[in-house]
Write a protein that binds this ligand. Structure first.
Ligand SMILES: [Zn+2]
Ligand SMILES: [Zn+2]
Length: 338
């Protein structure tokens, strides 16, 4: 079968590889749609160290079961499924205390084991969820990123009519914008460097979309909040400049949720956090948010369609991920269809 194999920094050619074989508790899923995540792009460029070659990336996906292991009874070939890609042990302290996303033994499909930028992928059956018949494959691929944004907003104490600032208008920032509005934010101000992404943000309901190349976001947020600053800031980039920006727009006593994960280390003024009593919360992956994201798309409570800007065959993957990493392709969500 064909797979995009990440072989080292800036190298992810289409290769012919051995098809996966299911273990007793696994199934083989024929991939129908797989989203390219920012973490894949950063991993590809070798910025984050979050992907170790050789590996097939791709953790946002759905497909059709083609084969089942000897002990799989609850699924059958032909079933349409979406994959919750985070494997957790069920036994460690995090798992038994109800936060499996922090499992001490967690492992992600397409992150630690071979993923969905391929014709087929092996999946442990407990990670399968049935995809409702009305849902498209592109929608299936959007469930995972929506779940990530949902958890970020669940971990942000937004009160009705709060001013929320979102730093970064990539897929996660834009989905967080949608979720913050759903949670009752009074106004949402989003910032980015890309005019294209900011246009999309406005289309998705941002009250203000600030291009930090041209406008002073601190001044704008102050003007919109009687000089006080935003109660809640969601940082969806994860670099020094954007982390500092988040700190400069939050109100004293306010809350910042860090979801961006581009650079392992950032430089910031810690004194600001201390003397202004800022609460900083990290957020990673999801727990029941995955099922809720599926439900939100299925019931059309959330429309993910505007974010999907490119659907392309698997063989275009190497060029697309290269262009995304170089910044020459501005598409928000790119989905590969093997
Ligand atoms: Zn992702
Ligand atoms: Zn565990």
């Amino acid at each position: 079968m064909r797979a995009l194999v990440y072989e080292g920094e800036w190298q992810m050619p289409l290769r012919e590889v051995k098809p996966p074989v299911p273990g007793d508790n696994d199934v083989i899923v024929q991939v129908k749609a797989a989203g390219i995540c920012g973490s894949d792009v950063h991993g590809y460029a070798g910025i984050t160290g979050r992907r170790t070659p050789p590996i097939v990336m791709g953790h946002e996906f759905g497909g059709v079961i083609s084969e089942i292991g000897a002990r799989v009874a609850d699924y059958a070939p032909g079933d349409r499924v979406v994959i919750q890609p985070l494997w957790t042990c069920g036994k460690c302290e995090s798992c038994t205390s109800g936060v499996p996303s922090l499992c001490l033994n967690r492992s992600g499909i397409g992150i630690n084991t071979d993923g969905a930028f391929a014709d087929a992928v092996r999946v442990p059956h407990q990670l399968l969820r049935r995809l409702p018949a009305e849902m498209t494959w592109e929608q299936a691929a959007m469930i995972e990123p929506l779940a990530v944004a949902m958890r970020a907003v669940n971990r942000s104490p937004i009160k009705l009519m709060d001013t929320v600032v979102i730093v970064g208008a990539g897929t996660i920032g834009l989905l967080a914008l949608t979720m913050a509005k759903l949670k009752g934010a009074g106004q949402v101000i989003i910032s980015d460097l890309s005019t294209h992404r900011l246009e999309l943000a406005k289309q998705l309901g941002a009250d203000m979309a600030v291009n930090v190349k041209e406008q002073d976001v601190v001044q704008i947020v102050r003007a919109q909040t009687d000089g006080v600053g935003a109660s809640i800031v969601i940082e969806a980039v994860g670099a020094s400049a954007t982390v500092r920006q988040a700190l400069s727009v939050v109100r004293s006593g306010g809350h910042i949720t860090w979801i961006g994960n581009s650079q392992p280390e950032v430089a910031l003024n810690m004194q600001t956090i201390v003397t202004r009593e800022i609460t900083v919360t990290g957020t990673y992956c999801y727990n029941d948010e995955f099922e809720r994201a599926l439900q939100a798309i299925h019931t059309q409570r959330v429309n993910v369609a505007p974010l999907i800007e490119r659907v392309a065959p698997l063989e275009e993957g190497p060029q697309l991920i290269h262009d995304l990493a170089k910044g020459t392709l501005e598409a928000v969500k790119v989905i590969l269809v093997p």
